[in-house]
Design a protein around this ligand. Structure first.
Ligand SMILES: Cc1cc2nc3c(=O)[nH]c(=O)nc-3n(C[C@H](O)[C@H](O)[C@H](O)COP(=O)(O)O)c2cc1C
Length: 176
């Protein structure tokens, strides 16, 4: 079973034949701008749910957990997402605000990693997000929280068929 599953996995296709070019020397100084460029290109390429990303948090013993979320906004506050403060991620972020996001846009062979510190945005902004959700029925959710991840570092990764994958890093020095 295991051997055939291994073969099955190995036979799966990976990246599409056509991959975009990425020249880091032409990348904008602001990583949010590059993110918006890549995001727009992912939308144009028909990537399903390009706004979905994984969020990794850790518990009090440093044990990580991750789950998928939806990006709500990107502005001066950072990469925004919303969830219940009473959830596992909500409790973990309250105790330890360090977190990491990961976006994957398969059609372009692109990954964007964003790591940093999560802050809670205002009760008003959180309530507005709650009420703007599809299917909202006007009821309140006092646990609903809008968060923003302020990046400490980012990596933009571009797959290449020659396997010389491109990694473009923004570190603390470049983030201002
Ligand atoms: C594509 C996708 C998007 C999701 N978006 C959200 C979201 O925006 N907010 C949220 O609280 N949960 C979202 N979920 C559910 C979470 O992945 C997770 O199951 C839930 O928030 C509980 O996580 P926790 O117990 O680790 O806190 C989404 C799941 C998927 C698969």
């Amino acid at each position: 079973m295991s051997e055939s599953f291994r073969q099955y996995l190995r036979a799966l296709p990976d990246f599409p034949e056509e991959l975009p070019d990425f020249d880091p020397s032409t990348a904008p100084a602001d990583p949010a701008e590059l993110f918006r460029q890549w995001f727009g290109q992912a939308v144009q390429a028909g990537v399903p749910q390009p706004n979905a990303f994984s969020l990794a948090t850790v518990d009090g013993l440093g044990r990580p957990s991750s789950r998928m979320l939806i990006l709500k906004d990107l502005d001066d506050d950072g990469w925004q997402f919303a969830s219940s403060r009473a959830s596992r991620k909500g409790r973990e972020l309250a105790a330890n605000p360090h977190a990491a996001l990961n976006f994957y846009w398969q059609q372009h062979g692109r990954q964007v990693r964003v790591a940093g510190t999560v802050v809670e945005l205002s009760a008003e902004a959180s309530a507005a997000d709650w009420h703007a959700r599809p299917g909202a029925d006007g009821s309140e959710n006092p646990h609903w929280q809008l968060y923003a991840l302020r990046p400490r570092e980012l990596e933009f990764w571009q797959a290449r068929h020659d396997r010389r994958h491109i990694r473009h890093h923004y570190g603390p020095a470049g983030l201002g």
